[in-house]
Design a protein around this ligand. Structure first.
Ligand code: LLP
Length: 417
């Protein structure tokens, strides 16, 4: 179901007109639908029904506390990559006992915080990290629960910046050395082996690479089982792709089916770490047209959102559908091909190329599929305050993050004496 619903010619999210949100909270602002978040989570739950499984939301996709809390209430676990994300999950009432901690460079302090919080599992990405964690756990009088993130060397067939499972990637430990490292982990006194993990990339549309990775991981589990190394869980990461434009993104159950086939008859708990597929299409960025500029070669619509608010187009040349919200002042205006750009001083500051729209200054635009890696990757470039975030719950729009003020942006800075 599309996030924006038109009723009586008015664009709504759930029962709230988008224009009302803009009037009340200002633009730019991110708008999310609680119903859409819930539906995406329930699609995972339904697809995994009948087997032992845990959905660990990848916090990096969107770490707003209200979003984490919606998932926590639905029973989610969380995949975190920093002490900051750990603090967010705890602040949002998430269960630390359902947290997995991924990342190639966890600091000693972050490991300490996670051990103190009692997280479910550390996903270890190097031999060094294994030793560091063992030493630290020993000092703290604890046993650290671990999984090794193995690199299955399968090609996820996605954008090179977001593929992580190839041999050349910095992520995970090489498949060939995993056996040896598990033996080492088994011998270390302050570690407890809980599972095995892999994550091959993001925005995957073809389900086969994930199924291939699962098969490889299972092979390793069986091989280690012969040596008496047991696994309570298998963590197959995130990565399911969504529809931004016209991609053939599969329904959750269909995407997971080939992977689940590989796991048939197995008793280990399955962990998944979806980020984008839980939040991406549950959010949009609402922005207003400030200036229309008709150049010799191109027409520009300068909007109040920019690359600092949504970095994906500039960073990955990503496509986000852009729709006009309501008729605005443009009833009858001529449709032209526009470059949709922000006010930032960079040629890379665009949100969409060559979009056919009938626009007038003051019109509202919705930039779709912006719930994942939108706000989470925003910055203060050009000293632009980060935007407000609103979550719609049926008839009520809730402000879940107020707009930053300029004063806040330099509050931590100091002049020389
Ligand atoms: N687990 C691990 C270990 C990850 O590194 C990631 C994402 C996920 C889970 C969640 O993957 P997802 O289900 O969201 O595909 N900024 C990029 C995406 C970076 C993904 C990084 N890792 C973008 O905007 O496309």
């Amino acid at each position: 179901m599309s996030l924006i619903q038109i009723s009586n010619d008015v664009a709504h999210i759930e029962a709230v007109p988008l224009a009302d949100i803009a009037a009340r909270f200002g633009t730019p602002c991110y708008v999310y639908s609680r119903r859409a978040l819930t539906a995406a989570f329930e699609a995972y739950r339904a697809a995994l029904a009948g087997r032992s499984a845990r959905i660990c939301y990848a916090v990096k996709a969107n770490s707003n506390l209200a979003i984490l809390n919606v998932f926590a209430k639905l029973g989610a676990g969380f995949d975190i990559v920093s002490g900051g994300e750990l603090a967010r999950v705890i602040a949002a009432d998430g269960d630390p006992g359902k947290i997995v901690f991924s990342g190639v460079g966890k600091s000693r302090e972050e490991m300490r915080q996670a051990l103190t919080a009692g997280i479910y599992c550390f996903n270890i990405e190097s031999a060094s990290e294994l030793e560091h964690l063992n030493t630290l756990a020993g000092e703290m009088g604890k046993r650290a629960p671990i999984a090794l993130r193995v690199n299955p060397d399968v090609d996820p067939k996605t954008h090179p910046y977001i593929s992580t499972g190839l041999k050349s990637a910095k992520f995970g430990v090489p498949f060939e050395t995993a056996v040896e490292l598990y033996r080492r982990a088994h011998d270390l006194p302050h570690l407890e082996i809980r599972g095995i993990a892999c994550h091959i990339g993001s925005q995957l549309l073809d389900p086969q690479p994930a199924a291939d990775a699962a098969a490889k991981v299972i092979g390793l589990v069986d091989r280690l089982g012969v040596e008496g190394i047991q696994f309570a869980h298998i963590d197959l990461g995130g990565g399911m792709g969504i529809r931004y434009r016209d991609e053939a993104a599969l329904p959750t159950a269909d995407y997971l089916a080939p992977m689940l086939d590989q796991l048939k008859g197995r008793t280990e708990m399955l962990l998944v770490e979806p980020g984008r597929s839980l939040v991406g299409n549950a959010g949009l960025l609402l922005t207003r047209v400030e200036i229309l500029k008709h150049g010799e070669e191109k027409n520009f619509a300068v909007v109040d959102a920019a690359m600092n608010d949504l970095a994906r187009p500039a960073l990955y040349d990503a496509f986000h559908e852009i729709r006009k919200v309501g008729a605005g002042k443009t009833a009858g205006a001529e449709a032209l091909r526009y470059e949709i750009v922000g006010p930032i001083c960079e040629s890379g500051d665009f949100l969409g190329h060559d979009r056919e729209l009938a626009l007038a200054e003051g019109d509202l635009l919705a930039i779709l599929s912006a719930g994942a890696y939108g706000m989470a990757m925003s910055s203060n470039y050009n000293t632009r305050p980060r935007v407000a975030e609103v979550m719609v719950d049926d008839t009520t729009p809730h402000l879940i993050r107020r707009r930053e003020t300029v004063a806040e942006l330099f509050a931590g800075e100091a002049l020389l004496p």
